[in-house]
Design a protein around this ligand. Structure first.
Ligand code: SF4
Length: 279
């Protein structure tokens, strides 16, 4: 059985950078706290906690403490409140997410209504809308367009969550164009996500079985799985080698493997090792 690992599998540049910042802060400062998970992967979070970073649900007195801002970014209120409470900010926001913040803020200043295509509950989307003065409109790829609200908008700027599926985003933008006179679209899907989405178009066609590795909380892993499954029904999403099922590999010639942006290489290698043992 041939095993084909995607070139883009695993950590993206933003996650690598965020982890370097997190481990660097943990090694050099006394009290480092993260509000929620710095990246969406349970194994990685365990390691960060082991290094001394503590996870908190809310802000308290920040005197002598550092607050680690996660790769997905935060809204302005968190920065302001953390500053007022005395926290030192250690900002691990991915530069590509910062770019989305910049675009959205600039377009808002120019009088555009901001529309974000993304998952309403995702930290990155909350961070983007939390950077703005006015209420942004979030459009979820799976939900219906809010036609009543769209009718009232004369000019809008559209950005998207960095890990969105490009095809689905384009369909939404085309629909929006029919309802909003002046519409500017900024394709803010990040480069690593685009590379992963390009590769995942070929992997399911070229292999009998596809394995996608990543946490169930990872948006980009979910997107990879959705694309793979639509092209090859024998696509499976595993969090670790533990989830593999021997029966998936019976009588097949090849397996294509990729991993989400926050999946450590160690997990991917463990998956490959176990699949080899099945052959
Ligand atoms: S998926 Fe893209 S935006 Fe998110 S952390 Fe990685 S590089 Fe940055």
């Amino acid at each position: 059985m041939k095993i084909n690992l995607a070139k883009s599998a695993g950590f993206c540049f933003g996650v690598k950078r965020a982890l370097e910042i997190a481990f660097g802060a943990a090694g050099s400062q006394a009290g480092v706290y993260m509000l929620g998970d710095i990246v969406h992967n349970e194994e990685v979070i365990k390691e960060i906690k082991k290094a001394g970073v503590k996870k908190i649900k809310g802000l308290a007195s920040g005197s002598g403490k550092a607050l680690l801002i996660r790769a997905h970014g935060e809204g302005l209120k968190i920065y302001q409140r953390a500053g007022a409470l005395g926290y030192k900010i250690v900002d691990a926001t991915c530069p590509m997410v910062k770019e989305i913040h910049q675009i959205a803020k600039e377009m808002e200043n120019q009088g555009y209504k901001i529309i974000v295509i993304g998952d309403k509950k995702h930290d990155e989307v909350r961070g983007i809308i939390g950077q703005l003065k006015n209420k942004a409109l979030i459009i979820d790829a799976k939900a219906k367009l809010p036609l009543g609200q769209l009718k009232k908008i004369k000019k809008a700027a559209v950005v998207c969550q960095s890990t969105q599926n490009f095809q689905k985003t384009q369909v939404i933008v085309d629909k929006l164009k029919k309802h909003i006179q002046q519409l500017k679209f900024f394709n803010t899907i990040c480069r690593p996500t685009r590379a992963k989405q390009e590769e995942i178009k070929a992997l399911p066609r070229e292999n009998d079985v596809v394995i996608i590795i990543g946490s169930k909380t990872s948006a980009n892993t979910q997107r990879l799985f959705e694309i793979a499954k639509s092209l090859n029904p024998r696509s499976y999403w595993v969090q670790s080698a533990h989830d593999l099922n021997k029966n998936w590999f019976k009588g097949i010639n090849s397996v294509g493997i990729t991993a989400g942006a926050s999946t450590p290489d160690r997990t991917t290698q463990e998956v490959i090792k176990k699949i080899r043992a099945f052959a």
